[in-house]
Design a protein around this ligand. Structure first.
Ligand code: NAP
Ligand code: MG
Length: 486
């Protein structure tokens, strides 16, 4: 029996107008478990119309009232967190330990954080001498479109939608077709929390159909896109036709530098957790390039091997499981292609590499998309596995001699999402922060994201920081007014 999830448009639950569907698989078994609407441009039209109708009253709603509704939503999310997390773990394979204990409660706190910013949106006064002055206003855009990937759907949904609403916008969300069941299920909580119908609409469907309809739509003033750099580029090209305001949060190939003066126990734990995640390395900030000082290269890769060996692959909804499967068949094939091509491309396999039934102990899960924690060694960044985002539990270890060499290797990439360094030397830590070309640098920790700390990519990893007080700005349109007092 498959479960059916519906679009949420104008406060109602509806299938696509075309009555077409997309199957959603349980990646732990490879079996279809649910279906979601295959929406097209006509469904996006309906959603944009519903959002446009809801916008004027929401814009006029006093900020403290907006904040109260956001808090009611956050409470409703917390009350259903185990159920929502269970749906997400089933749909994209990320372990319950992360969805239930981090993503959903963290998402609820992110909603509360944005609620607390709703009444702190203020402009400036600019004195121009004499009798003239200018002032600035931060206004909502109107209808904003939000495109979301499949690796952490609920966390991203709560963060983006709460920011957009706190700023006074109405929203249309296009989640990823491969894992949107948790988001569609969570839609039930909007009107229950007291939001007016049409304020938040969710339309599932493919990128080329529902996604591009949102990019093209003249009624969508701003588009917030999270996904791969390749798709971000396509969305940017396409939006050139209407020049809508575009925010991009894209991919990464983040370096994690281990100096020989580091606490190696902590560094091994952090570097392993940075790539061998509960979501099988499908994290935008995964530390997929582990740069290791040559004096400790063998010792440190051995420590990583021990850490990786202790990670149990299995049912994502079992609280003891350390790592789930790859989220869907297409991504699984992509990861397998890197495992196959890496050795001929100059990357030497150090451990891992088993896939499918060979990587999981439970025979009931033999049909799932399993990949063992895997490490390659490479002399430099030349192999594709060192340059391209694999988006799986696959890292490459690269040795370096001097500190300068470490930063040169770290920065030899088009990406600039995040990076890290492990060292006990305070001066070196500061040098690493300055030297690593990325939107986030972690020292003696890795893969940390928090609603109060700005987060965004440099270089080809994005164009704006999300989160924190600065993050609210991406949902606001700046206006200047001039007044001649005569
Ligand atoms: P993706 O293939 O780029 O897809 C992202 C979203 O864009 C999906 O909803 C997708 O829909 C949609 N899409 C695809 N083609 C589109 C088009 N032509 N127009 C409009 N929308 C389109 O990325 P993904 O593979 O799902 O997600 C993984 C990527 O996201 C990785 O690169 C990861 O690093 C990045 N990511 C970045 C951040 C960040 O904060 N910087 C956070 C998480 C993930 P369908 O898939 O349904 O077709
Ligand atoms: Mg699925």
């Amino acid at each position: 029996m498959t479960t059916e999830y519906l679009n949420h448009i104008g406060g109602e639950f509806r299938p696509a107008r075309s009555a077409r569907w997309i199957d959603s698989t349980d990646p732990a078994t490879g079996e279809v478990w649910a279906r979601v609407p295959a929406s097209g441009a006509e469904d996006v039209d309906d959603a944009v119309a519903a959002a446009a109708a809801a916008f004027p009253a929401w814009r006029a709603t006093p900020p403290l009232r907006r904040a109260a509704l956001l808090r009611a939503w956050s409470e409703a999310v917390l009350a259903r967190s185990a159920e929502l997390a269970g749906i997400e773990s089933r749909d994209n394979g990320r372990v319950l330990r992360e969805t239930r204990d981090a993503d959903v409660p963290g998402g609820a706190l992110h909603i509360q954080y944005n609620a607390s910013l709703a009444d702190k949106i203020t402009g400036d006064t600019v004195h121009l001498g004499g009798t003239a002055l200018a002032s600035t206003y931060y206004e909502p855009f109107g209808v904003v479109g939000v495109v979301i990937p499949w690796n952490a759907p609920l966390a991203m949904f709560f963060a983006k939608v709460s920011g957009a609403l706190a700023a006074g916008n109405a929203v249309v969300v296009k989640p990823a077709e491969q894992a949107c069941c948790s988001i569609l299920a969570a839609c039930e909580l909007f009107e229950r929390a007291g939001f007016p119908p049409g304020l938040v609409n969710v339309v599932s469907g493919t990128g080329p159909e529902a996604g591009e309809a949102l990019v093209d739509h003249p009624g969508v003033a701003k588009l917030h896109f999270t996904g791969s750099t390749a798709t971000g580029r396509r969305v940017t090209e396409r939006s050139a036709a209407n020049l809508k305001n575009l925010s991009l949060e894209l991919g990464g190939k983040s370096p994690d530098i281990v100096f020989d003066d580091a606490d190696l126990d902590a560094a091994a734990a952090g570097a392993a957790a940075g790539i061998y995640t509960g979501g099988a390395g499908q994290a935008c900030v995964a530390g997929s390039r582990i740069l290791i000082q040559d004096t400790i290269f063998e010792e440190f890769t051995e420590r990583l091997r021990e850490r990786a060996a202790a990670i149990r692959l299995g049912d994502p909804r079992d609280p003891d499981t350390g790592m789930g499967p790859i989220a869907f068949a297409g991504q699984y094939r992509k990861v397998l292609s890197y495992l196959e091509s890496a050795p001929a491309d100059g990357a030497e396999p150090l451990f891992g590499g088993r896939t499918g039934a060979a990587a999981v102990a439970d025979p009931a899960l033999a049909g799932g998309y399993w990949v063992e924690p895997t490490l390659f060694a490479a002399a430099d960044n030349r192999p594709a596995v060192c340059r391209e985002e694999v988006f799986g539990p696959v890292a490459v270890a690269i040795p370096f001699g001097s500190e300068e060499e470490a930063y040169a290797l770290a920065n030899e990439t088009d990406y600039g999402l995040a990076g890290g360094a492990w060292t006990r030397d305070l001066n070196r830590a500061h040098r690493a922060i300055a030297a690593i070309e990325a939107g986030t640098v972690w020292i003696n920790t890795f893969r940390r994201i928090h609603w109060a700390v700005p987060f965004g990519g440099h270089k080809q990893s994005g164009n704006l920081p999300a989160n924190g007080v600065d993050g609210l700005r991406e949902w606001l349109n700046l206006k200047a007014a001039w007044i001649e007092l005569g």
